[in-house]
Design a protein around this ligand. Structure first.
Ligand SMILES: Cc1ncc(C[n+]2csc(CCOP(=O)(O)OP(=O)(O)O)c2C)c(N)n1
Ligand SMILES: [Mg+2]
Length: 336
């Protein structure tokens, strides 16, 4: 590896850029593999891929600290990988096996990790937004300086519960970052067809909530905006909104006929704005890595994803007795 140097286009270190590259690539290759396993009939039910949106979660996780919380929608594999959950446990949950994060009983949209402070995975559009405010409330109540990231889409941003949550979060100065992942579409409906005001983050002004729009295809821009949001929340100034402009390359879910946009539109985004290619270019033009260095990383990531896929095929299906477990809480969680 070349020595640590300042990157060409900003004062970011080579190590940091390589870290972003590795993490975004892990999400991309994991999602491609999940798509393949779905096609082979090994994954059933819903499966929403995150390909194209990798810079959003990788940039924001780079701005987060140990103990911060996150909650998101059904498009959740990238969020789990970025907060450090084991790819094997995620893939095995997708294939419905015992080794999965929910013992194979939850599937793509229903995984949790108390250890990594990942609170799901939610299939009901927008439901995670008030839950995110609740998580932030618990931290404020306990008097620590943790922050919660509540991710939701442009479609969810038109829901009433989002605005009820904005009101309460600002009223109580809750340390929650509302992350609108604006990927331009809610299933087959473009944001232009569904939404009168083009700027979603500015709606926070009605409640006095600060925020900003961010280029979600640029991981460094996302990280910088994330740091501003985190500083705001940790300082006790209440919530913050980030509207992150991004794009999903694949269909809404694996069963999307994709008739609502042209192939050219998707291809243009891939060619001109791809978040991984942007970092790859910075690494190569800044001479922070050679082609061979990047090939070695690709190989390493492929091996991690292949191991996860193997594990997800070999792990047994859950035992029938598991039908009756994990339905009701059997103990009341006591947290310090
Ligand atoms: C309350 C509710 N209404 C409708 C649906 C069906 N539905 C699932 S995803 C989705 C679109 C959401 O789009 P967006 O919030 O932009 O998120 P994205 O899928 O783009 O990540 C809809 C309408 C649902 N799951 N829950
Ligand atoms: Mg959307």
């Amino acid at each position: 590896m070349p020595p640590k140097q300042a990157a060409a286009k900003s004062n970011v270190s080579a190590d940091e850029l390589l870290g972003h590259y590795r993490e975004m690539l892990l999400i991309r290759r994991f999602e491609e593999k999940a798509g393949q396993l779905y096609g082979m009939g090994l994954i059933g039910g819903f499966c929403h891929l995150y390909i194209g949106q990798e810079a959003v979660v990788v940039g924001l996780e780079a701005a987060a600290d140990e103990g911060d919380k996150r909650v998101t929608s059904y498009r959740d594999h990238g969020h789990m990988l970025a907060c450090g959950m084991d790819p094997k446990g995620i893939m095995a949950e997708l294939t419905g096996r015992e080794g999965g994060f929910s013992k194979g009983k939850g599937g793509s949209m229903h995984m949790f990790s108390k250890e990594k402070h990942f609170y799901g995975g939610h299939g009901i559009v927008g439901a995670q937004v008030p839950l995110g405010a609740g998580l932030a409330f618990s931290d404020k109540y306990k008097g620590n300086d943790r922050v919660t990231f509540a991710y939701f889409g442009d479609g969810a941003a038109n829901q009433g519960q989002v605005y009820e949550t904005y009101n309460m979060a600002q009223l109580w100065d809750l340390p929650v970052i509302f992350v609108i992942e604006n990927n331009g579409y809610a299933m087959g409906t473009s944001v232009v067809r569904s939404t009168k005001s083009p700027s979603l983050w500015e709606r926070g002004a009605a409640y006095g909530i600060k925020g900003e729009e961010v280029d979600g295809m640029n991981v460094l821009a996302v990280k910088e905006a994330g740091e501003r949001a985190v500083a705001h929340c940790r300082a006790g100034k209440g919530p913050y909104i980030l509207e992150v402009k991004t794009y999903r390359y694949r269909g809404h879910s694996m069963s999307d006929p994709a008739k609502y946009r042209t192939r050219d539109e998707v291809q243009k985004m891939r060619d001109e704005r791809d978040p991984i290619e942007q970092v790859r270019d910075m690494l190569l033009t800044g001479k922070h890595a050679t082609d061979d260095d990047l090939k070695a990383i690709d190989k390493e990531i492929k091996a991690i994803v292949n191991d996860a896929a193997e594990f997800s095929k070999e792990s047994p299906e859950p035992h029938l007795d598991e039908l009756w477990t994990d339905i009701y809480a059997t103990e009341i969680p006591q947290e310090a």
